[in-house]
Design a binder for this molecule. Structure first.
Ligand code: MRU
Length: 346
């Protein structure tokens, strides 16, 4: 699946498969303005770290188009403010920050460029990032596939699949890699409260691809592991810090602790640009605090009493000592992570 993020040259806009309504409805969302970009990111029309990065890259181009249409005298200041707005839409996934920084770097290098010329360069770069992401995920599959054995049941948490990337996926890239390498395996998708990325999205795309998948409630994890139903865990990451801690969807840390307890290898799969060398450890990563409504309601139905407060922290850091390996497009990084991550970037 690669058509869930499309740039339409006819409409000069980004067209996204609206992930809020999957698996029940395949609705499409046109992203035209900077506010559309931020709305799509914040409400999770599009979500998953690499998909957020690709959207942000096109988003910078769309912000420039909007500034051009506005015809403001000081286009540079207006564009700068819009890039900051996109940069700040979600705090945890480093890919969003990376994409906006990449566009800013290109702008700085282009020097005294016209807005029209800058837009042409940005669109080419956004398309490269888009296509490059699929290639990186396929390589993650090539390197990660051999970690999975014939007959394994692989547990995953959240959705780190095609929908969370430009295609193929990171954690699901490892699973697809194993399947493409001829192994018969099955997947347990943790449902991933409250947004249900596992129940709705991971199950949707694996089922579509004919890869056997069963959805489990998040709180079934310990029992399933104890009963020997899980041989490997593979998850994605929104940010991996310089010491190898991996920040991923809330609940991942608990899954990793349980995997350690039961002696099950726990792998993280992510492209190298998810590794944030500027941040020392997972506890230093800002954790997104999302709207309480995602917890208090299921659809339009309220499930908590009026006036009761809830937690809706969206991510948690898994300490590196719980991670058996980090699968990237350049190969698998093993402990000691600080040293081996640094070597990977040499
Ligand atoms: O809040 P989300 O749905 O954007 O969170 C997504 C995740 O936590 C994914 O596991 C992560 O981004 C890796 S995606 C390849």
């Amino acid at each position: 699946m690669t058509d869930h993020i499309q740039f339409s040259p006819e409409k000069d806009c980004l067209v996204l498969l609206d992930q809020r309504y999957l698996p029940n409805r395949e609705d499409w969302f046109d992203v035209i303005t900077t506010d559309d970009v931020c709305y799509a990111l914040v409400t999770m029309v599009v979500r998953g770290a690499p998909a957020i990065g690709v959207t942000a890259a096109y988003g910078c181009y769309l912000a420039g188009r909007e500034v051009q249409k506005d015809g403001a005298a000081d286009w540079k200041a207006e564009l700068d403010a819009k890039l900051t707005q996109i940069h700040d839409a979600r705090p945890t996934a480093v890919n969003l920050r990376w994409a906006v920084r990449e566009m800013r770097r290109i702008w700085a290098e282009a020097g005294d460029v016209s807005l029209e010329a800058l837009l042409a360069i940005w669109l080419i770069r956004a398309k490269e990032i888009h296509v490059g992401d699929i290639e990186m995920c396929e390589l993650i599959g090539t390197f990660g596939g051999p970690l999975i054995d014939e007959g394994d049941t692989v547990m995953t948490h959240c959705n780190a699949g095609a929908l969370a990337t430009a295609g193929y996926g990171t954690a699901l890239g490892v699973i697809r890699g194993a399947v493409d390498q001829g192994k018969k395996i099955q997947v347990i998708a943790n449902e991933t409260r409250p947004f249900l990325q596992g129940a709705r999205l991971t199950a949707y795309e694996l089922h579509k691809d004919g890869i056997p998948v069963k959805v489990a409630c998040d709180n079934a994890c310990a029992l399933l592991m104890k009963q020997g139903m899980v041989q490997k865990v593979v998850v994605g990451a929104d940010r991996i810090t310089a010491n190898g801690d991996a920040v991923n969807k809330i609940g991942t840390y608990g899954v990793a602790l349980l995997a350690k307890h039961f002696g099950i290898p726990f792998y993280v799969a992510a492209p190298l640009y998810t590794i944030d060398l500027e941040t020392a450890c997972g506890d230093d990563v800002p954790i997104e605090d999302r709207t309480p409504r995602e917890v208090t309601h299921i659809g339009d139905h309220q499930i908590t009493p009026d006036g009761v407060e809830v937690y809706n922290l969206a991510f948690d850091p898994t300490p590196n000592e719980l991670i058996a390996g980090i699968v990237t497009e350049k190969g698998v990084i093993y402990p000691p992570y600080k040293e081996n991550i640094a070597k990977m970037f040499e």
